[in-house]
Write a new protein. Structure first.
Length: 593
């Protein structure tokens, strides 16, 4: 494949056709029903390309134009990828998070201007059909709904077409359309799951460049069988793993409807790997941590690599997996804004140390002082965000600051040292939370650990540590261990809190935002010990607003005491009266930083 293929405007559909011409009968996609079942569905490359072509023709037949948006939502089944590739070729594909509420789906459908919605799998699963119906009712541009199974959802609007999967594949040839490499081929949601949505706009150029870069760096083999347990609504699952493997002639494998969120699959992963003849398995770090809690058998060929990305892998978990299985571990660095891939370690295991490997030749990097923030530029860069206010932050060929802190190791591979917003600033001293977490997870009875900043009256913020423990944990001994091993006194956690599990996002990433919220609640509880409310809640993504709930109306004196107490830890509040009083407030009082 030419290094400049992305500049032609040719899409993924055409590149897969090239693979199919070379190896039409090679397996492209395999889906196993569950960890406990060996029933599989598969598509060869010839069958995959034929399905994509038929879907693209059907979309065009039912009125989808180049400026339309096709939402794809549901389970990570073979139909999902086929629909994604077809939609990205003739319009804008929009993989949608199937875990969102109906209200959140409605906001995303409205913002994206969805005109067709394809539901993959059973609409009744987890109430998906009802939530999609709610979203469509609030999305005026939707003209057609497609179900891959014979279970149409109920939509009151009479002018919306209900199409079957076969309907969409019975419409003749794909119309030839101009191939503009800058045309938007996909939207991927980025950021939180509440509040106003923000969609990253990926051009046809980026959709091809990102997976191509991943294939160059990871060095896929056509004989590889990649077990992909990331959801397809995530750029890592759809592009960095699935598409990069497919463009290299490898097979993309999935198992079950929940992926790595299925406890049965996590507990039986090694059996599934053997039975499906997996060569490479990809999970996010939190999922690998869950796998590492189970017995780790020595693995043999053809299995050759464990892969992770999305967040930093704790070194203790990496070591446990490598020592237990005898298989190499590879990390990749990717982000939505660069089509899922920025750098990676080759799958052959020759980089047997922590890090995120090397960048592809056509992706430029700069480490911006004073902290070493990673900034990137290249053909896989996104084309700005689509939000309620319009299109913003379109880099236009400029370097994009990622918010990640990086450095180079002695062998020239990129190391990540956390994110700028995660740096804990204690009296002007920058503290890397990863340095705390690395030491904490080396303690024998710590399963997981995460450090965040907590508001503090004197230092601005201080580090606090949240841990998940195993049997045998000795709290006094652990505190002594931290004091002895964290050599910088400012970096020693002021508090250590034990949780049953660390919070994660819906794709399995560590949810540091929620931990910062918990830290803010803890600081507020301590500050208000002399005048405690019934409860303190925090749902603000920036952890700078808490909700105080009081049993009775509160007067100005109590307001003043709370203002003083919370002001002492750098927080202020505003009162939103729920009754017509100047100084008496019933119910809820909001606190702002």
């Amino acid at each position: 494949m030419s290094d400049g293929i992305w500049s032609t405007g040719i899409g993924i559909r055409h590149l897969l056709r090239d693979v199919a011409e070379r190896a039409p009968d090679a397996l492209a996609i395999v889906h196993r029903a569950s960890a406990g079942s060996d029933a599989c569905r598969s598509l060869t490359y010839a069958e995959l390309v034929r399905t994509i072509d038929r879907l693209a023709a059907g979309m065009a037949h039912y009125g989808i134009q180049s400026d339309d948006t096709v939402a794809i939502i549901g389970a990570s089944l073979p139909e999902y990828l086929a629909a994604f590739y077809a939609a990205s070729d003739i319009a804008t594909a929009f993989p949608v998070n199937s875990l969102l509420s109906g209200e959140a789906l409605a906001r995303q459908f409205q913002l994206a201007g969805v005109t067709m919605c394809i539901i993959v799998g059973e609409p009744g699963a987890n109430g998906l059909g009802a939530r999609v119906s709610e979203a469509i009712a609030s999305a005026p541009r939707v003209r057609a709904v497609v179900s891959t199974v014979e279970a149409p959802i109920q939509i009151p609007e009479a002018d919306i077409q209900h199409l079957s999967w076969s309907d969409l594949q019975s419409c003749g040839e794909v119309p030839e359309r101009a191939r503009d490499p800058e045309a938007i081929g996909a939207f991927f949601h980025t950021g939180g799951t509440s509040g106003s949505p923000k969609l990253a706009r990926l051009s046809r150029r980026a959709l091809v460049a990102g997976p191509t870069f991943a294939g160059q760096v990871l060095e896929w083999k056509a004989t590889d069988r990649a077990l992909n347990l990331l959801p397809y609504f995530h750029v890592g699952g759809a592009l960095a793993l699935a598409t990069s493997a497919l463009l290299s002639g490898a097979a993309n494998l999935t198992c079950g409807l929940l992926g790595a969120r299925d406890p049965e699959l996590v507990a039986n992963l090694w059996t599934v790997i053997r039975e499906m003849k997996v060569t490479v398995a990809g999970l996010v770090p939190t999922s690998w941590s869950a796998v590492a809690e189970h017995p780790l058998p020595k693995m043999k060929e053809p299995f050759r690599a464990m892969v992770t990305g999305a967040s930093t892998m704790p070194e203790v978990i990496r070591t446990r997996l490598v020592d237990g299985t005898g298989i190499s571990f590879c990390e990749v660095y990717g982000m939505t804004e660069f089509a899922g891939f920025c750098s990676g370690q080759p799958l052959d295991g020759r980089l047997d140390r922590a890090g995120v490997g090397f960048l592809p030749p056509k992706l430029e990097i700069a480490l911006v002082e004073p902290l070493g923030e990673v900034a990137l530029r290249g053909p896989s860069a996104f084309s700005g965000y689509l939000a309620d206010a319009g299109i913003s932050e379109n880099p236009g060929g400029r370097h994009v600051k990622t918010g990640d802190l990086g450095m180079w190791d002695e062998g020239g591979q990129l190391l990540l040292r956390g994110r700028i917003k995660d740096v804990i600033v204690r009296s002007g001293h920058n503290i890397d939370p990863l340095s705390i977490e690395d030491i904490a997870t080396r303690y024998p009875h710590i399963r997981q650990a995460a450090a965040v900043g907590r508001p503090d009256a004197y230092a601005g913020e201080v580090p606090v540590l949240y841990v998940v423990i195993e049997d045998g944990f000795d709290r006094p001994h652990f505190d002594e261990y931290l004091r002895a091993n964290i050599l910088e006194p400012p970096a020693r956690p002021r508090h250590v809190e034990i949780l049953p599990a660390l919070p994660t996002t819906n794709v399995g990433k560590l949810n540091r935002s929620r931990l910062r919220q918990l830290a803010a609640i803890s600081a507020a509880q301590e500050a208000l010990a002399d005048c405690p409310p019934i409860s303190i809640e925090c749902g603000d993504p920036a952890a700078r607003e808490v909700l105080l709930v009081w049993p009775d109306p509160i007067g100005s004196e109590l307001l003043q005491r709370c203002t003083a107490a919370l002001g002492g830890i750098g927080m202020t509040w505003r009162v939103e009266p729920r009754a017509a009083h100047d100084e008496i407030v019933k119910g809820e009082v909001k606190l702002n930083a």
